[in-house]
Ligand binder design. Structure first.
Ligand code: DGY
Length: 320
């Protein structure tokens, strides 16, 4: 019996590729160059499934142009703001993502950014490599102690809760803002805020973990930044679209925000050049979930979703 065709838009970890090749007539991307929307439509001809990635925009127009053979789109990510889910649903295409399996790795990235920004690790690394370091000095690169501070988490889903768990090991007091209060067993000792006005003044350190997309676009704008305590630390390992870059850059220059750690960028891989001129910002290239264990788990979960749809059952990881 012919195996269904699966279009995989980027290079995936070897174990994920091996399973895909075993089970499907897999169309791979050995060059790993990002696929444009037009490429995806062309390469999907005759395919039953597409495994895509966050950097690819599957907007309503692209979904409308896909061949009728496509029954499922799985994105190699928990975020699915790059996929027009309503348009897919209207065509009977199921959309799957990879929730749960990347929470630990992404929370690690957020904590790494928090510590690196607050303790000036980027500046320290640049100094050490420069050959200009003169040795230990009592006032050299004094940072901000993270332990014991108040950490605000915007978006208390699985990743936000994992950050809260890790932050407790640093004796941080966790405050959070979300659409609804969590049940006690998930909230633990975190303090819920139903309004930005009560939440933001509590955030010595603010870590963003909400989904991207229109409802949260530029949530961290000049007005909200002004509500943070003077000298707050900002971390974003969620989506670049959550931040108004011009406002954050102005706050990093004025000292309203003392430092920031960013893993994601509005319009990435382009980065607002204002960040590149600042010493007090640590910049990572969207490493959030980038461990081999996690990327394998994400790939397998995406394939589980595709397997389920093509077998006629409802995948646990469907978003539509
Ligand atoms: C996600 O899963 O949405 C991440 O941003 C990809 O690493």
């Amino acid at each position: 019996m012919d195996r269904p065709t699966l279009l995989i838009t980027r290079r995936v970890p070897p174990a994920v590729e091996a399973r895909a090749v075993r089970d499907y007539d897999a169309r791979l991307n050995p060059e790993d160059a990002p696929r444009t929307a037009a490429d995806i439509v062309r390469l999907a001809q005759g395919a039953a499934a597409i495994l895509c990635c966050p950097a690819e925009q599957l907007d309503a127009e692209t979904i409308a142009a896909l061949p009728d053979t496509v029954r499922v789109i799985a994105t190699f990510s928990v975020g699915y703001d790059h996929v027009a889910v309503d348009a897919a649903t209207a065509r009977g295409i199921v959309v799957c993502n990879t929730p749960g399996v990347l929470s630990v790795a992404t929370a690690e990235t957020a904590m790494l950014l928090l510590l690196a920004a607050a303790r000036r690790a980027g500046e320290g690394e640049r100094l050490t490599r420069s050959g200009q370091w003169q040795g230990w000095a009592p006032t050299q690169l004094l940072g901000i102690q993270v332990s014991g501070k108040r950490l605000g988490i915007f978006g208390m889903g699985r990743i936000g809760r994992e950050v809260a768990r890790m932050a407790r090991a640093f004796d941080m007091q966790v405050h959070y803002r979300d659409q609804a209060r969590l049940p006690a067993e998930l909230e633990q000792d975190a303090v819920y805020h139903a309004a930005d006005e009560s939440f933001l003044p509590q955030c010595d350190m603010l870590s963003l973990h909400a989904p991207g997309g229109d409802p949260t676009r530029h949530w961290l704008d000049a007005r909200r930044i002004a509500l943070l305590p003077q000298g707050a630390v900002v971390v974003n390992a969620a989506r670049g679209s959550l931040v108004d870059d011009a406002a954050l850059i102005a706050a990093l220059r004025s000292g309203q925000v003392s430092c920031a750690g960013l893993d994601v960028y509005d319009g990435e891989p382009a980065i607002n050049p204002g960040y590149l001129q600042l010493q007090n910002v640590v910049l990572l290239p969207h490493l959030g979930s980038a461990t081999l264990e996690t990327r394998n788990a994400m790939g397998f979960l995406a394939l589980d979703g595709i397997d389920a749809v093509l077998a006629g059952s409802a995948p646990a990881n469907a978003v539509s």
